[in-house]
Design a protein around this ligand. Structure first.
Ligand code: DUC
Ligand code: ZN
Ligand code: ZN
Length: 481
């Protein structure tokens, strides 16, 4: 099977160039000036005319939670529904979080995640491993997974005491182990012990609405945990540290300062923190705000009153600046969908019982493209933060994340001239009964999506198949070498 994508503009981290792309089987074999492959066009099995469109590497979402057990229920997307929705949004690889909790065996947790994903995915997938119980056995497993299972990144939690939480001693031990074997530590950086006190106090005052979810997780508790994680990673031998779902300007300042001091510290943010505010979402009257309960929380449009840092642009302005300055290297989604019915509703009358999570795997590429339209970032930076750096950061480059000879033919044709309407009765393919982005009409549209040379989305149709997606064993992070 050969495919020629002609007349498009190929976007890479370094430029936007008119180029044709030749694909043979599962791989990209050559790029040429427009018309260069005219001789091969006759013999090509498929020709895609990308005139007026962009040709970009398939998106890589390095932070998803399909079927995550949380708050007495499970995230509502399976690998089948969630990976299909990802494809609809121009994402061709996800890296999901396999789970181990205190008292559980890491290998069994990982095996369960393989069982859930194997034969069900529309696109390729890899795993990080959540270590919710740091002990001798799980530390040994971290080394084994890095060396033998293609899992080179481990998520720890400074929040959720009694569920996934690790104390500072456990964190330090896990970081030392990661430093020994070259792995990356991913950190959920919120001071969960202090948050739990604020939550209990709020509930005792009768403050039960969804908006109290954000008020009880103020940004200094994200900044403090970020700082503490950075210090611990330094003590553990400058182990690579990646702060997940960063939502606050004061936390970002900690990352910027650490990077300035030469520390191996990286961070991601997510579309919800770049575009949504507490006032417009979580703060809606009644229970509707539950749709936007996630952790870290969506924040106020202004800095919190006790914000420590540069006043002025609000958290969102800080995050966009961080993306431009590479203080934020990646945009992921933290895709963790829950329906309102029977799931978010568990928290009626008690915001702390609302399952935490927003579904977004379908919309990351679309929503970040709005940053290009709004002048917040360049086309090149869009591709860098959503496709190329995720591959490099998590050991998948150059197989993934770039349009180059020899790379997997994970390619998206992007139409910048058409609009997309997001909403439950419009564009929406995640297994949810609502959309966090309901009614948003945005610029640009996913036109064609290829996963390893196979077209999975074309002409507003899903033409892929369950089981096409393969497990991607990953190497060590390539960002530091
Ligand atoms: N945050 C969420 O919003 N959901 C799941 C886990 C997490 O850290
Ligand atoms: Zn988290
Ligand atoms: Zn997460």
């Amino acid at each position: 099977m050969t495919t020629l994508i002609k007349n498009g503009k190929v976007i890479s981290t370094t430029g936007v160039i008119a180029q044709d792309v030749l694909i043979d089987g599962e791989a990209i074999v050559a790029l040429g000036a427009p018309g260069y492959f005219a001789g091969a066009e006759q013999g090509a099995d498929t020709v895609i005319d990308a005139a007026g469109k962009y040709v970009i590497p398939g998106g890589i979402d390095v932070h998803t939670h399909m079927e995550l057990p949380f708050g007495g229920t499970f995230a509502s997307d399976t690998f089948e529904t969630g990976s299909r929705a990802a494809a609809w949004g121009g994402t061709t690889t996800i890296v999901d979080m396999a789970v181990q909790r205190a008292g559980e065996n890491v290998f069994e947790g990982l095996a369960e995640w393989h069982r859930k994903a194997d034969g069900n995915c529309a696109i390729d997938y890899g795993f990080h491993q959540i270590i919710g119980g740091v002990d001798d056995e799980s530390l040994k497993a971290m080394k084994y997974l890095t060396e033998h299972e293609g899992i080179s990144s481990f998520k720890l939690f400074m929040a959720y005491p009694g569920v996934f939480y690790s104390d500072d001693g456990q964190i330090l031990r896990a970081m030392q182990t990661a430093a020994d074997c070259g792995a990356m530590i991913m950190m959920h950086a919120e001071n969960g012990i202090a948050i739990d006190v604020l939550v209990q106090q709020a509930l005792a005052r009768g403050e039960t609405d969804p908006r109290y979810h954000s008020y009880t997780r103020p940004s200094p508790l994200e900044a403090e945990a970020t700082h503490r994680a950075i210090v611990l990673s330094h003590v553990a031998g400058n182990v690579p540290l990646y702060i997940v779902h960063m939502s606050a300007g004061d936390a970002l300042n900690e990352v910027a300062a650490a990077r300035h001091h030469g520390r191996n510290v990286f961070a991601e943010t997510c579309p919800q923190y770049l575009w949504l505010t507490l006032e417009e979402t979580l703060g809606r009257p009644g229970f509707e705000g539950a749709k936007w309960v996630c952790s870290t929380p969506v924040r106020s449009k202004d800095h919190d009153p006790d914000y420590i840092g540069q006043m002025g642009h609000g958290h969102q302005g800080d995050l966009w600046k961080g993306l431009r300055m590479n203080e934020l290297a990646i945009v992921s989604t933290d895709h963790c969908p829950f329906c309102m019915k029977d799931q978010k509703e568990l928290g009626i009358g008690n915001f702390a019982a609302i399952p935490n999570g927003i579904g977004g795997v379908e919309h990351r590429m679309e929503l970040l493209y709005q940053g290009v339209v709004a002048g917040e970032m360049s086309l090149e930076r869009w591709v860098e933060t959503c496709c190329t750096t995720p591959a490099r950061m998590f050991g998948m480059y150059p197989k993934k994340g770039v349009i180059a000879p020899g790379s997997d033919a994970d390619v998206v044709v992007w139409d910048p001239n058409t609009k997309t309407k997001i909403g439950i009765n419009d564009k929406h393919h995640m297994n949810m009964d609502h959309s966090a982005w309901e009614g948003w009409v945005i610029d640009g549209k996913v036109d064609t999506v290829m996963s390893r040379g196979t077209v999975v989305i074309e002409a507003d149709q899903y033409v892929g198949r369950k089981g096409h997606g393969r497990y991607v064993p990953r190497g060590l992070s390539q960002y530091l070498v």
